[in-house]
Write a protein that binds this ligand. Structure first.
Ligand code: ADP
Ligand code: COI
Length: 412
């Protein structure tokens, strides 16, 4: 293996590694019509290490910087009656997506060998390689018809990649004993970049298929209370199913706040935080009547720079010994048996509400909820902070920068 690296000439490398076969990977791609052919051709092709490490088009794209946009640029990009804005947006994506995906592939290549060879992680790596080729080989977009075809590909890729976080959570769980800092940095980088890629792709699809009150994925007057209510209801149902009872939620503060925002990341973060608060409350107050359980209080604060959502539970708090580890990927107080129970059948999509608002998965499991939420919040120019009052409960502060606020917002 020592001869395998990105700096080697392609023929030399191929000869070196011809006989090196990596363990068979689990195929994660769900088949969809137009990427089906590509996958069929790929499926039975034996994989050598060179396949993963030696692809010139990917190296070239990975060497380019990505061009990140502010939500304001997207919001005020304008709309042309002849659809020129749709064409511009597709052309931007056609240049941008291969570069970003190549950066992700470069990230997988930097993982230590033992981690990179984990079959689940390797198959996600492979999924990105396939996505790169599919997008990179798409003919130059010159018309609205091309743009529509490109959208078809994007839709299929979004679907084929919908379980990437779940697969990474499962793959890294098997590698838990390896370098935690390195894995943390890789996951922060990979997951936030992926959020950006998905936001751009979904924005493009929504521009073609516009909803009232929206410019692409930006809701021009998102009401925080409505988003919270939706996820509180969701968590109540999930708690009923899992525990036979649920905690109550109380909203206070600026409950009428409404402003332009992208709901997609909230659809990932909020259910994760609310599930944690509900689980702690229900488990800590196991012996009281449901009506006597202390409610989870959610406070919204809005100002001209950012908005803050505080979720306060009385679920006993996070023990002193765990305060610093709850933010680590794959740290969970759920036992392995509980994990297995939860993951049978309905697991797919657990940490995947970012992609599908309908599935926020089981109550807990892989220990990805907090670290992923914090990484997303920081990517969005905000943060996630916890205050544990051991013996009482936990306050979680989610702070997010406005997209049209007084100060610069984030870049997607
Ligand atoms: P998971 O919910 O899958 O375990 P998370 O990353 O969301 O993963 O949380 C990690 C751990 O942090 C949980 O297993 C739990 O022990 C602890 N935790 C998170 N939120 C709370 C809370 N509100 N109260 C008490 N403990 C919490
Ligand atoms: C992902 O969801 O992992 C992506 O990168 C999506 C992209 C291939 C459209």
């Amino acid at each position: 293996w020592s001869g395998v690296g990105r700096g080697h000439s392609s023929t030399g490398l191929k000869q070196n590694v011809k006989r090196v076969r990596l363990m068979p990977t689990k195929r994660l791609v769900s088949s969809t019509p137009s990427i089906h052919r590509h996958q069929r051709e790929e499926r039975n092709r034996p994989r050598s290490a060179a396949f993963y490490y030696n692809q010139k088009t990917i190296d070239d794209a990975a060497a380019k910087p990505s061009v990140r946009l502010t939500p304001a640029t997207i919001l005020y990009a304008g709309k042309n009656s002849d659809g020129a804005h749709l064409l511009r947006s597709s052309q931007y994506l056609q240049r941008e997506l291969p570069v970003r995906i190549a950066h992700r592939i470069a990230g997988f290549r930097t993982l230590p060998f033992v981690i990179g060879c984990n079959p689940t992680i390797l198959s996600v790596h492979e999924l990105y390689i396939q996505a790169f080729h599919i997008l990179n080989e798409f003919p130059e977009i010159q018309s609205l018809e091309d743009s529509r075809k490109y959208n078809g590909i994007l839709r299929e890729l979004l679907d084929a990649h919908k379980d990437v976080v779940t697969h990474l959570a499962s793959g890294f769980r098997e590698c838990r004993r390896y370098d935690e800092d390195l894995i943390g940095q890789f996951l922060d980088r990979t997951l936030t970049s992926r959020l950006g890629i998905r936001m751009l792709a979904m924005h493009q699809l929504s521009l073609h298929d516009e909803q009232p009150n929206h410019v692409g994925i930006i809701n021009i007057s998102m009401k925080v209370k409505d988003v919270l209510t939706k996820w509180c209801d969701f968590v109540s149902h999930l708690s009923q199913y899992k525990y036979g009872r649920s905690a109550t939620f109380k909203l206070s503060g600026h409950i009428n706040a409404a402003f332009p925002y992208i709901q997609l990341p909230l659809d990932y973060i909020l259910p994760e935080l609310l599930k944690n608060a509900a689980r702690a409350t229900i488990e800590y107050h196991g012996d009281v009547l449901p009506e006597d359980m202390p409610p989870i209080t959610i406070t919204i604060a809005n100002n001209d720079v950012d908005f803050i959502i505080r979720i306060s539970d009385r679920g006993g708090g996070i023990p002193h010994g765990n305060v610093n580890t709850v933010m680590h990927y794959n740290f969970s107080t759920a036992t392995d048996e509980e994990n297995m129970d939860d993951h049978h059948g309905g697991f797919s999509g657990m940490v995947e509400a970012a992609n599908s608002a309908q599935t926020a998965g089981p109550m807990y499991g892989f220990g990805f909820g907090l670290p992923t939420s914090r990484a997303y919040a920081e990517y969005l120019g905000g943060g996630l902070h916890l205050q544990s009052m051991q013996g009482i409960g936990t306050d979680v502060y989610l702070r997010l920068r406005h997209v049209d606020g007084k100060f610069d917002s984030f870049r997607i």
